[in-house]
Design a protein around this ligand. Structure first.
Ligand code: 6PG
Length: 249
């Protein structure tokens, strides 16, 4: 473990170890929450090992499912059952396999007429859950926000060069054009909303991510470099993705 300029880097030996550390952190955050807990999930391949672990012991029994609420940091604007839909992927991977009250799953409504309409609806749902339309840094919206890192440095659906990167007021925005595969419109939480968390946890695995991760940790001008957290910011990476100086940690 070592400190990066922005956040803490935790290196896991491999992908299964990464999933286990993520599951432990998720469980700890949920347990710390008094009353209901809010977890913001992510798409991509990064969280799949974690999702699978949550359906297995000891996590299956240890998680207080009735009081955990599941949100999504971004989604592809495709029908809920489409194989590209992030909440659909999370449902199939774990939410459908455990005893989650249906009202605890908060998908982005991708059947709305436009990504913008879906964004407005999701912002209203988040504000309703939070109890205010104004975020207070002393009272984060989420207990845990999971994030991924794309090969171009994007995170959530915040792509390089997109004006959404600078959004400071709106909680959720529609992205008409994804700048990377899959080329479908997106809906994404903005940086200030994602920052409203007790912990932001990036999950980054594989040698293909090594170079872009090194650039982000060095503070290069890339979307993921702008990620902030009102609480902890943790980069959980496997050894294959870890930049050289983090290998011995
Ligand atoms: C999406 C994701 C996206 C993802 C990264 C990393 O909907 O595409 O939310 O931001 O997290 O692209 O994806 P991998 O984990 O597959 O590398």
């Amino acid at each position: 473990m070592s400190s990066a300029r922005r956040g803490k880097v935790v290196v896991a030996a491999d992908a299964p170890a990464l999933a286990e550390i993520a599951a432990e952190r998720l469980l700890a955050r949920v347990r710390q929450a008094s009353g209901r807990a809010a977890v913001c999930l992510t798409g991509g391949s990064g969280p799949l090992g974690l999702y699978q672990l949550l359906t297995q012991e000891p996590y299956r029994s240890a998680l207080p499912w009735p009081r955990v609420h599941w949100f999504m940091g971004d989604d592809r604007f495709v029908p809920a059952h489409d194989r590209l839909n992030n909440m659909g992927i999370a449902r199939r991977a774990f939410l459908d396999q455990v005893d989650v009250p249906p009202g605890n799953v908060h998908p982005i409504a991708t059947d709305e007429p436009s990504p913008e309409a879906a964004a407005r609806l999701y912002a209203a749902e988040l504000a309703r859950f939070y109890g205010s339309a104004r975020l207070d840094r002393a009272r984060p919206l989420f207990d845990l926000v999971l994030m991924g890192l794309g090969p171009d440095g994007h995170t959530a659906s915040l792509f390089p060069g997109d004006p959404a990167l600078d959004e400071q007021e709106r909680w959720v925005v529609g992205i008409d054009e994804a700048r990377l595969e899959p080329y479908v419109p997106r809906v994404t939480l903005t940086f200030p909303t994602l920052a409203s968390t007790r912990e932001m946890l990036f999950l980054v695995a594989g040698s293909g991510k090594r170079e872009i991760l090194a650039r982000v940790l060095a503070g290069d001008e890339l979307p993921a470099s702008r990620a902030r957290s009102d609480g902890d910011l943790v980069w959980l990476v496997d050894r294959a993705a870890a930049p050289e100086q983090h290998h011995a940690t």
